[in-house]
Structures are given as C-alpha cells and as structure tokens.
Design a binder for this molecule. Structure first.
Ligand SMILES: [Fe+2]
Ligand SMILES: [Fe+2]
Length: 370
C-alpha cells in the first residue's frame, strides 16, 4: 500500500521506492531479469490528436524547425575508417585525466579493488566503454519512440513539424551508436534496469506533455551533458566526431522541450505542476541510479554491493554525477518547476547535490531560440 506524508502528498518511498536516496540495497534490487528477450512491449492508452489549425502560430518552434532542416547530416559521413584500439583509448584517456592514472585517487585498501593492477583497471575501462555506449544506444531508441509519440499526441502543428525532424535525428543516433558498438567496441550490454523503468514510465503515461518532460527535459538534458563531458575527455577521434554531431541535434531537442512546456505549463493548476515536479524528481533519481553501472561489476565478477558502496564515495563520481545535471536544473528552473509548490523540487535537487546549476544558461537561450 502506498504511504503518503501527513499532508497527503506522495513520499519518496512512493515516488522512487525507497526513503533514503543512497540505500544501496534498494538500488541494486532493481535488476533487468528479461535480458534474453528480443522485444519489450509497453502498453499505453493515448489519444492521437489531429489538428485542423494549420496556422503557423509558434514562431520559436518554427525557427527551430528551420534549423533542424538545415543541419541534417548523414551517419555515413563520419570517419568510420578510424581504427579504435579500446585498451589504448583507456590508457590515453587516463593519462589525460586529473588522476593521471587508471585507478581512482583514493585509498583502495579494504575495497574489492585493493588487489587490482593495471590489467584489471584497463579491463574495467574497456567494459565501461561497452556499457556506456550500450546505454546510450538504448536511450536513443527511447528518444526515437517518444518523439514519434509526440508527433501523434501534441496538439500544435508547429510542434508536429519539429518533432518529425527529431524522429529522423533519433533514427540516425540509434544508427551511429549501434554501428560504433558493432564495429569498434568489444561487447554489448542489455538495457540498465533503472533506465528501462524510466523509459517505461515515460512511454506509459498518456499525457502528451509528460513525454516531453521525461524525454526532452530529463533524458535528453542528461544525455547532452554526458555527451559534452565525454567529448572533452575522450582521445578517440571517431567518438569525438560522432558525439559532436549528436550533441548539435540534442541541443535542439532539449530546446524543443523547453519552448513547448514553457507555453503549456502556463495553463496548468498548482496540483498539476506538482505532478510534473514529482515526475522530474523520479526521473532524476532513476538516471542517477543507472550510472552506478551495476552490470559492469557483475560482468567483472566484483562484489556488486561493495563496489557500488565504494563508487558512491569516490570524488570522481561526485563531480561526474553532478555535472550530468548541469542542463536539467536550469531548464527545470526556466519551466518554473524548481520553485512551484514551495520549492519542492528545489529541495529535492539540493538533496541530490545538483542545485548549484540553477543559474546556468537554459538550453533555449543557449541556442538563441528563446
Ligand atoms: Fe538522440
Ligand atoms: Fe535527442
């Protein structure tokens, strides 16, 4: 039975299945047990909306649509002939990182990594690449499906036009990540259970604006930040070029979410806005949990519980994790989601340690379409 707080609101336990954000047992209890299936079906009860109002009434969305038409690119034009030696990439990336080494800069005694030498850290780096790119691939398919949904459900003609260009963008993103994994890396991972839960929640929701909030603001906002981080950190030229192209598309996708929801949220009641805040928080926690990469530890035969506990304490992870929210937080602020309901989401983002990004530029401003 769902517990609610004294004011009748849903508690953290209702929203994310645990009272303590760092409850490792609860995080690890979420596992993907359906890894042999080729398909995954999600039911949804949505109305497809036709509009007979073809007037181009939303010039900002129109501007974004024009940009999208002019900046299409072909996956085949990336430098696919580049030879990728995964182990060499792990070592070259490590040489450039702050720690200038393969292991995190902290005391490893008493951890599952105490006995690890360079060989294990390189293997871990290679598995991390396989895992990270696999999750990007699955996330991109989520975006493909969500954007096709938006074409159907959004009531505005300008938004249908724009969303149609995004469907093409996302097909291209699935294509490039899939090809990179197949041709350049050494293994695939099934979708992470936390990411799957989030995509399922987004796609099962019948309200058209929730597709936008979950995908354009949360998932794509995080992807934009993560791609930016990896573009800066990686020494691998094909991945750099690939991510640069994908990021240019993603910035438009996030701006599309900001512009559309800004207009729509103006019409919502306080109770409806509160539901959006809760959805944003739930999505934020799912995405944070997914980056604990529990599947990598499993594959490497490391005690998952101990590894996760350890990872939660490393300073490198702290920096990486908070940086992932550098696009999401300013965009939520722009949408009025931080301060509505007495600052409920502001408090949650403070708990997650990411509120410091609130005054960063939002993505619509950044793209000069605001
Ligand atoms: Fe994408
Ligand atoms: Fe996207």
């Amino acid at each position: 039975m769902a517990a609610t707080s004294s004011d009748g609101r849903r508690t953290d336990e209702d929203l994310i299945g645990r009272a303590d954000l760092n409850d490792v047992e609860a995080i690890l209890a979420v596992v993907n047990t359906d890894t042999d299936s080729r398909f995954h079906d999600v039911g949804a009860d949505v109305d497809t909306r036709f509009t007979w109002d073809y007037e181009r009434a939303r010039p900002k969305l129109g501007k974004l649509y024009e940009k999208a038409k002019l900046t299409q690119w072909n996956a085949n034009d990336l430098p696919w002939a580049t030879d990728v030696d995964q182990e060499a990439v792990v070592m070259a990336n490590a040489a450039l990182s702050a720690s200038s080494g393969l292991a995190p800069m902290m005391d490893l005694s008493g951890t599952p990594f105490a006995s690890w030498g360079d060989k294990e850290w390189v293997e871990f780096g290679v598995e991390s690449q396989n895992w990270t790119l696999s999750q990007f691939l699955h996330g991109e398919q989520g975006a493909l499906v969500c954007t096709a949904r938006i074409v159907e459900t959004v009531p505005w003609i300008d938004a249908k036009y724009y969303a149609a260009t995004q469907v093409m963008d996302e097909a291209r993103h699935v294509e490039v990540f899939s090809r990179y994994l197949d041709e350049k890396l050494s293994g695939h991972y099934p979708i992470n259970a936390h990411l799957q839960m989030l995509l399922d929640d987004i796609i099962a929701d019948s309200r058209w604006d929730m597709t936008y909030l979950g995908m354009q603001i949360m998932v794509e906002g995080l992807a934009l930040a993560a791609f930016g981080f990896i573009t800066q950190m990686t020494t691998e030229p094909l991945l750099k070029a690939l991510l640069r192209n994908v990021m240019a598309d993603e910035a438009r996708h996030v701006a599309f979410g900001v512009l559309s929801l800004q207009e729509f949220y103006g019409q919502l009641s306080a109770a409806e806005i509160r539901e959006r805040q809760e959805f944003a928080f739930e999505a934020a926690v799912r995405m944070r949990d997914r980056f604990l990469q529990q599947e990598v530890w499993e594959r490497m035969g490391v005690d998952v519980r101990q590894a996760t506990q350890f990872l939660l304490q490393t300073p490198e992870r702290d920096v990486f994790q908070s940086m992932l929210f550098s696009k999401i937080v300013p965009n939520c602020r722009k949408l009025g989601l931080l301060d509505a309901a007495d600052g409920w989401l502001r408090e949650r983002f403070t708990e997650l340690g990411v509120i410091q990004f609130e005054h960063w530029e939002d993505t619509a401003e950044e793209l000069a379409v605001a």
